[in-house]
Write a protein that binds this ligand. Structure first.
Ligand code: IVH
Length: 700
């Protein structure tokens, strides 16, 4: 049926408009495809992200106006599939074989392979060396990408090699994988390669997971290693979740091919094939190269072994493949493995060992990290004796106890971590780990704020672990400002034990300074002058310089304005602190805890004794505010006030307005059509009031 528009004409764009839109759509897709390739594969973008976004939106708009132009190979269609309830099975036209593994991690592994190949080919010692392609062995999962007439139509997992699963929707979300091949590509082209997750993306993913867990999300867990996270991502029924995993891809081979009748590329060697895939936009690892004979195989294995830690992704070995496709055919297969290829391994990145103790370390910013002390074990090429347990929740979830047998993972420069505990090997009296409530370095209280994963030491100024950070913060340009007291110098002074606590900076003499590396007399004099100058400061600068958690410049100014005197702030109760406009419960508690640590107070006294001063006035006369310390949540439509107006009024009266209801909410102001927040308030027993009651509270 044709619908008619208001002029009685068939609706929809006229033919000429359609044709010009089709042209522009094609041009935009080609342009976006080329930019995506430069960005995701080559890592050399030539336009800013904003320009890419603009082109992308233009394409989206055109497609919305001309739905008949939408095709599966459009970059707008990468994410957008609906969640599935299961994966369909895919029978591979050409079986996906595995590869023989040479577990001898020494040079002999490469030598053995070359000897076998030469023997099978009937080569004599006097014959020239066999030519190989040498590649990385990526630690992810194998993937088959099927293109028909240049369009990606199916992505399938390896499965048992014969039958895999159709994961097309998820694989389309991988920006590195072209959705379309050039016109001269074969009619059917099956590209094979590895889906993996880069180490940085894996760390970020687990960090996000840890945050979710800290915030009480149910059913969330951290991932054991990038390979598991990648496999889990590929097998997500909802492509939107798969897209969040930031999967990556490397091409390393082909499967089913039906050449185009119009000709197109012909391949004689594996290397040519990889170069063609690369020219079509597939990521092919830059390390891939040709190698002649065993000597060059060994050299490659050693060279990559050196680089392994600094690669941005995990590899578990290298792969050697006979380059000539004719020779590959001649060599053929044994059971399910080709005779023309081998994987030559490196030492494993996961090993078993036992936990001999659990220690808590304090970082530069006061963060407490539980660390498992291990019986020394050789993992990923180095001997490991420590592995991080990240935080209290992670340590509890993995339930690591002293005496346990655990799997330890070390990949690249990432800190080794305990992946899991071997059940059944636990000593019957093993104690559950608990985080200490005091800092193991300075003895100050350790606190964990709501919604945070970490415990932190509150002895910021005094704690030896935080010394460098505390001094740098104090000396910062926007804090007390000591010109010339930078990173390198603080490092040297603290390491040489010249400065133990912050006030020691004011005891620095020329002799001590001149004895330091690279310190000229002139710079030493300048620093001493800068230190003198810094003694005359202001209360907000000094307060900010103390490095109290959550007390930034703005809060420091608000506190100074409100209290005018440092002693008044140091002795203020949480309630009194809450009267300051900029201070909420978390900040008030943090200030209180800071000044409750006797060591911190002592440091403040010492600084004053060294001559650090500022002007103190009288506190600004503040009328007590009616809603100080109260937290409100507004929901639904109020009869006369807009939400913003209500919020402004509450804040002006000293109250806070939060976005969601919790046990800490004092009042929920509900208007008409109030939804889930009202239900939550009722569940938690939080007082629900209407606008009229709010206005009475305000007028008190
Ligand atoms: S070639 C017939 N090349 O290792 C040869 N495989 O058992 C087919 N892998 O899970 C594989 N990097 O996904 C080949 N450069 C590479 C590889 C590689 C990793 C994986 C592959 C499969 C296993 C082989």
């Amino acid at each position: 049926m044709t619908t008619l528009d208001m002029f009685g004409q068939p609706s929809g764009p006229p033919a000429s408009q359609h044709a010009s839109a089709a042209k522009r759509v094609a041009a935009l897709r080609a342009e976006l495809g080329a930019h995506a390739h430069r960005y995701y594969v080559l890592d050399e973008p030539t336009i800013p992200d904003s320009e890419y976004d603009r082109l992308f939106r233009e394409l989206q708009d055109l497609e919305a106006a001309h739905p008949e132009l939408v095709t599966v190979d459009s970059p707008t269609q990468r994410v957008g599939g609906k969640p599935l309830d299961h994966f369909a099975s895919v029978r591979h036209k050409v079986p996906m074989l595995s590869i023989r593994t040479e577990t001898d991690t020494e040079a002999t592994g490469a030598q053995n392979f070359d000897t076998r190949v030469r023997k099978e080919l009937g080569l004599a010692d006097s014959d020239p060396p066999v030519e190989y392609v040498v590649e990385l062995k990526f630690d992810g999962l194998a993937m088959s990408l099927r293109y028909e007439h240049g369009v990606l139509v199916q992505a399938a997992t390896r499965g048992d090699g014969e039958v895999g699963e159709d994961v097309t929707q998820n694989i389309r979300t991988i920006n590195q994988i072209p959705l379309k091949l050039p016109a001269d590509a074969p009619d059917v082209m099956e590209v094979r390669g590895e889906v993996y997750i880069r180490r940085a993306d894996f760390e970020a993913l687990n960090e996000r997971q840890r945050e979710k867990i800290a915030q009480g999300a149910k059913g969330e867990k951290t991932f054991v290693n990038p390979r598991n996270a990648a496999a889990g991502g590929v097998r997500q029924l909802d492509p939107a979740i798969a897209a969040q995993r930031r999967l990556s891809f490397f091409a390393y081979g082909v499967g089913d091919i039906t050449p185009s009748e119009q000709g197109g590329p012909v391949f004689d060697t594996h290397f040519q094939l990889l170069l063609t895939l690369k020219s079509w936009g597939f990521p092919v690892a830059a390390q891939t190269q040709l190698a002649q004979g065993a000597t060059e195989l060994i050299a490659f294995h050693q060279a990559i072994g050196q680089q392994r830690d600094s690669l941005p992704y995990d590899i578990d070995g290298v792969v050697y493949k006979v380059n000539s496709l004719a020779l590959q055919r001649q060599l053929g297969f044994v059971t399910r493995e080709p005779r023309w290829a081998v994987a030559h391994k490196y030492p494993a990145q996961e090993q078993l060992t036992t936990v001999v103790g659990i220690e808590v370390q304090v970082g530069r910013t006061g963060k407490l990290t539980p660390v498992a002390k291990l019986a020394p074990v050789f993992v990923g090429g180095v001997t490991v004796t420590n592995a991080t347990l990240h935080n209290e929740d992670e340590a509890r979830r993995k339930d690591v106890r002293v005496g346990d047998t655990v799997i330890v993972r070390r990949a690249g420069d990432v800190i080794p971590e305990v992946v899991s505990v071997l059940p059944g090997k636990r000593l019957h009296d093993a104690q559950i780990f608990t985080m200490p409530r005091t800092c193991p370095v300075c003895g100050s209280a350790a606190v964990r704020e709501e919604g945070e994963a970490d415990y932190r030491c509150t002895g910021g100024l005094f704690c030896a672990a935080q010394r460098k950070e505390a001094i740098l913060h104090y000396a910062h340009r926007r804090a007390v400002e000591v010109e010339g007291l930078g990173d390198k110098l603080v490092e040297q002074l603290v390491d040489a034990n010249v400065i133990r606590v912050l006030p020691d900076i004011y005891k620095l003499g020329l002799t001590a300074l001149a004895s330091l590396d690279r310190m000229a007399e002139k710079s030493a004099n300048n620093l001493i002058e800068a230190l003198e100058k810094s003694k005359q400061t202001t209360l907000p600068r000094f307060l900010f310089g103390l490095g109290i958690r959550h007390v930034g410049e703005a809060t420091a100014k608000a506190l100074a304005r409100h209290f005018a005197k440092l002693d008044a702030i140091m002795d203020a109760t949480e309630e009194q602190l809450l009267e300051v406009g900029d201070v909420g419960p978390v900040v008030a508690q943090s200030i209180r805890t800071f000044f409750d640590q006797p060591h911190n107070r002592e440091v403040v006294e010492q600084l004053r004794a060294c001559g650090v001063t500022w002007e103190e006035g009288e506190p600004a006369a503040v009328a007590p505010k009616p809603l100080s310390g109260k937290t409100f949540v507004i929901t639904g439509t109020l009869p006369s006030l807009s939400r913003d107006e209500a919020k402004d009024l509450i804040e002006a009266a000293g109250g806070k307005v939060a976005g969601s209801v919790s046990k800490k909410t004092n009042y929920v102001v509900a208007g008409s059509e109030a939804g889930s927040k009202l239900v939550k308030a009722q569940e938690l027993g939080v007082a629900v009031i209407d606008e009229a009651v709010l206005l009475t509270l305000l007028s008190r």
